[in-house]
Design a protein. Structure first.
Length: 247
């Protein structure tokens, strides 16, 4: 494969990966506490190309060099629903699942018929003692900024809110959930996070920005496709010219 075609093909692959990422950002932009993915590009030169003879043009391929999750604070939006909780500051709520604890900033919770505070997926919201938070679902409840859960003025539990020194250990597990990919890393209590009841954190994915980037990436994709067509045409003509000379 010639350098032009190889470079264009690598660029197309990188844009396809970006399109998948942007599509996921757009699909989840309305999910409470959703954190968007970002990427940065780099250039790749294989060891074989780097050692090519002087006077040649080794293929330098554009690739996605790094990809990360943007954990920037989202806007806190009032909902007037007492089961909605938002975090102001760094930290995550903890949900107990069959596959172990998952971490989320999406505080759109509900109280089950049995009185358990849980996510909309039915995962129990964990207290700081590691146990589910149980409430009398016939009564209202209040949550203080420190996470203390009150009913009739009496403390029933305290929400677990944790943080990671390095959020790179967190991997997405669908929607607005994260899993700790390094079991040896233990989360710490998020002492600086403030809980605000009756609010939800808006997702960090800006729909208008993602849509504009989507258009830009599609145009780049079209340009790279044209480059591949030009490269294929040049190769075809070169083969025809060689055949013509040798005939």
């Amino acid at each position: 494969m010639d350098a032009l075609t190889a470079t264009a093909a690598s660029g197309i692959r990188a844009r396809i990966e970006t399109l998948d990422m942007l599509a996921n950002n757009l699909a989840n932009s309305s999910a409470a506490g959703f954190k968007a993915d970002r990427e940065s590009y780099g250039l790749y030169v294989s060891a074989e190309s780097a050692e090519s003879p002087d006077g040649t043009n080794p293929a330098i391929l554009p690739v996605i060099q790094t990809r990360w999750t943007d954990f920037a604070q989202g806007t806190l939006i009032p909902t007037s629903n007492p089961a909605d909780l938002a975090l102001n500051g760094k930290g995550f709520f903890v949900a107990t699942t069959p596959d172990g604890p998952l971490y989320t900033r999406g505080g759109s919770f509900q109280v089950s018929r049995s009185g358990q505070l849980e996510t909309h997926e039915g995962y129990a919201v964990q207290g700081n003692d590691g146990k589910p938070i149980l409430l009398d679902n016939a009564k209202t409840f209040q949550v203080t900024s420190e996470g203390t859960v009150l009913q009739d003025g009496q403390q029933t539990s305290r929400l677990a809110v944790v943080n990671f020194q390095d959020t790179a250990v967190l991997t997405k597990r669908g929607g607005n959930y994260f899993q700790n990919s390094a079991p040896s890393v233990t989360p710490n209590p998020a002492t600086e996070a403030e809980i605000q009841q009756g609010k939800l954190e808006d997702g960090s994915s800006e729909s208008a920005h993602s849509a504009a980037r989507l258009v830009t990436i599609l145009r780049q994709f079209e340009g790279l496709q044209k480059a591949m067509t030009i490269g294929a045409d040049m190769n075809r003509r070169a083969v025809e010219d060689v055949a013509r000379v040798n005939s």
